[in-house]
Design a protein around this ligand. Structure first.
Ligand code: NAD
Ligand code: MN
Length: 493
């Protein structure tokens, strides 16, 4: 038994049931089996979690602890996570349906995020500024306070780490709400924080209906900052609601990232990278490169190789070695993906591969979708403009650099992008003109501890994973003193 049968809420260092005793079931999307029950928080429970986080903040235990000591505790969290690496991988695969390889990479990164922010904690700096003679000014970075952190289901532990690690490093306290589909690893993390010696109340985890307790958290006067990762539409709702208390807000939202393959690229590398760029994590990636632009001169050759390799992607039991794509998160999400494929066909697209639920006994239970490639697409079609968040890539042919830059930018989103070319000048020329927070050059991956991750346009604002993220968990206090020898009497009275 490597996960518990039941997860209560984690508030003020203790496991507590929800105030009305309600629970919900969390399942394995690859088998539809119930794997645990989880407490379903009420608004009253949110109040308790916020009170605990507020008390831990106000007591000064955490924000006033030296940054070096907070850093040591973050390292200790990372150490304990490493010790339980296999348990985390197991829980994440079981609860999300992602493959073991995907889970391993994400858990490892979550650990490295804690190590990165452990070291970064002591780098928070103020400065001194030029002020008139007789004055002296310095600034201090102070933690912003209690942070409400709301995360999605696609990278459960990694998203928790991207949020909790910098908040703790900066001296904030946290109420974390994982997605209802994937709550388990967030609770495992909370337990480890406590074991590492983080004071009670600094990290609280609650689960419950996102549409009920989510808005309540956003409007809660006891929360100073909201850090959210999820859909663009949810982000808009959050921004509206946060205005009532003028909360600090950072939003990491959806994407429809372009993947641009020039005729002077290394075709083999571009095929492999483009395949991974969309089908990694079963396409359920915010930075999934879901719009594939291929130069007309290599279109046929590229597509032949791309489709051949797509046909070799193995979908199946995510625990099995050699499987590339696990399950999608839910039945309703599977249906959304499928309805986008039908829409693509209605819009004039052509299914070049996949486009359906895989057949066979092993797919009778669970939520599956085949890797899907859609050709004959125009950039203004809905399937090229809306985030599908599944294993579906739309392919378009282009003629020249200018045209593809324009098309790449014709989207409300601006999260990821990728360019495949051997021409150094072109790579960086294109990179400078793409309106997106991330540009991958000849690379299928981009997220490392230390590299800023976040969006332009309606993909949100704020950055995660980076040093600058720490600043987003602080306020700047400016202290101005008069140090002249003659006392000031500005009214001259
Ligand atoms: P979602 O917006 O449906 O839900 C995200 C979280 O918000 C969940 O915990 C949910 O319970 C909660 N929630 C739902 N309604 C709420 C409300 N009105 N107020 C407050 N909280 C609410 O997102 P999802 O389906 O869990 O995740 C998929 C989305 O996340 C995709 O759009 C993906 O691109 C995005 N994403 C972005 C990044 C990034 O770094 N930019 C990373 C991962 C995922
Ligand atoms: Mn959703």
């Amino acid at each position: 038994m490597r996960i518990k049968q039941h997860y209560p809420l984690f508030i003020n260092g203790q496991y507590v049931e929800s105030s009305n005793g309600e629970v919900f079931e969390t399942i394995n999307p690859a088998t539809e089996e119930v794997i645990a029950t989880v407490a379903k928080a009420t608004k009253e429970d949110v109040d308790h979690a916020v009170e605990a986080a507020r008390a831990a903040f106000e007591s000064g235990k955490w924000p006033k602890m030296t940054a070096a000591k907070r850093g040591r505790l973050l390292n200790q969290i990372a150490n304990l996570m490493r010790e339980r690496f296999d348990d985390f991988v197991y829980a994440e695969v079981l609860n999300s349906g992602k493959t073991v390889d995907a889970a391993k990479g994400q858990i490892l990164q979550a650990i490295e995020d804690f190590e990165f922010y452990a070291a970064a904690a002591i780098t928070l700096q103020g400065d001194t500024n030029q002020v008139p003679n007789g004055f002296f000014n310095y600034t201090v970075k102070e933690p912003v306070g209690v942070c409400g952190q709301i995360i999605p289901w696609n990278y459960p532990l990694m998203m928790a780490a991207w949020k909790v690690a910098p908040a703790l490093a900066a001296g904030c306290t946290v109420v974390l709400k994982p997605a209802s589909y994937t709550p388990i690893t967030a609770y495992m993390l909370a337990e480890i924080c406590q074991e590492a010696g983080v004071p009670d109340g600094v990290v609280n985890v609650i689960t419950g209906s996102g549409s009920e307790i989510g808005p309540y958290m956003i409007e809660h006067p006891g929360i100073d900052k909201v850090a959210f990762t999820g859909e663009t539409e949810t982000g808009k709702d959050i921004m509206r609601r946060a205005s009532g208390t003028l909360k600090r807000v950072t939003l990491e939202l959806g994407g429809k990232s372009p993947n641009i393959v020039f005729d002077d690229c290394d075709i083999e590398a571009a095929v492999n990278g483009s395949l991974y760029g969309i089908f990694y994590n079963t396409g359920q990636s915010c930075e999934a490169r879901s719009r594939l632009f291929v130069h007309e001169a290599i279109y046929d050759e590229f597509m032949e190789k791309f489709l051949e390799k797509a046909s070799r992607i193995r979908v199946g039991n995510p625990f099995e070695k050699g499987v590339h794509m696990g399950a999608v998160i839910s039945r309703s999400h599977q249906q959304v993906i499928d309805s986008y494929v039908k829409l693509a066909v209605e819009e004039g697209g052509e299914v070049l591969y996949g486009g359906k639920i895989p057949e066979g006994e092993e797919f009778e239970k669970g939520y599956w979708y085949m890797p899907t490639v859609i050709g004959n697409v125009k950039n203004d079609m809905r399937v090229a403009q809306e985030e599908i968040f599944g294993p579906v890539v739309v392919v378009m042919k282009f003629r020249d650099e200018e045209e593809v830059i324009q098309q790449a930018n014709e989207t409300i989103f601006g999260l990821g992008s990728a360019v495949w070319t051997k021409d150094h000048g072109r790579a960086h020329r294109v990179a400078s003109r793409i309106r997106a927070g991330i540009v991958m050059v000849n690379s299928p991956i981009s997220a490392f501890p230390g590299t800023p991750f976040g969006g332009y346009k309606q993909s949100g604002f704020g950055r995660e994973l980076a040093l600058e993220t720490l600043n987003l968990y602080t306020e700047t206090k400016s202290v101005v003193s008069y140090i002249g020898s003659k006392p000031l009497n500005l009214f001259g009275i």
